[in-house]
Design a protein around this ligand. Sequence first.
Ligand code: ADP
Ligand code: ADP
Length: 234
Amino acid sequence: HPAIEFHDVRFGYRRGEPAAMTQVLHGVSLSVPARGLTAVVGPSGAGKTTLFQLIERFYRVDGGRVLLGGRDVEGLPLETLRGLVGYVQQDSAAMRGTVRENLTYAQPHASEDDIREALEMAGLGAVVAGLPQGLETELGDQGSGLSGGQRQRLCIARTLLQKPAVMLLDEATSHLDSDSERDFRDVLRRVSRQCAVIAIAHRISTVIDAEKIVVLEDGRVRATGVHRDLMEND
Ligand code: ADP
Ligand code: ADP
């Protein structure tokens, strides 16, 4: 099975009293392979974040179906769903506590081997080993010795400890310099050999090595392809 399938998904947010509807997704169909990097690009307001929230079943679809590993998310116990879908929380600016605490607060029973492996996957093995107190180094507000890009990859390592089937990343590389962006892309490539990765990006250039790019505009899929195809059509 593909990791994720959307079949003709319709969705709108309800708000106000009497309830008004903001139609956001107008019949979206797409599929995300079980391995590899799938990018979702498109302008602000296109509905990209909403796709993620439907995968996580924060909201229910108004029409169509969302499948995870071939199973309708409606029928999955929430606990199962939460285990399968890893959302990379990008709170890299506001990290408190030690490296270890940041990695394991959602997975307090993670083994040392798993922690090491997650750090390696995120390209942080040597970085953390080089910190004054290794895993026990305080991240604090600033000055911990981790760059913005490294902190972002720490967020990925944290999600890896969950061993998700699908990893969701929002606005992945928007604030990174080109070196950090390259490191980040390397990490995504490695991670996407183990699970499906779906990354939201503002620009196609940040996801040039995606196996699949879905262009979403006004709640509709405008194009699907690899980077080269989409650039030719532009
Ligand atoms: P994107 O991630 O592509 O920027 P979103 O999925 O965040 O797009 O938003 C799509 C549309 O839905 C936008 O018009 C946005 O204003 C609206 N929207 C997002 N979240 C909510 C919400 N919780 N309530 C009402 N409208 C929302
Ligand atoms: P902003 O939209 O102002 O950047 P945040 O930085 O708090 O707000 O969150 C960024 C986006 O990520 C928001 O649209 C929010 O709805 C979304 N988001 C937060 N947590 C999750 C999650 N677990 N899964 C999917 N989307 C999430």
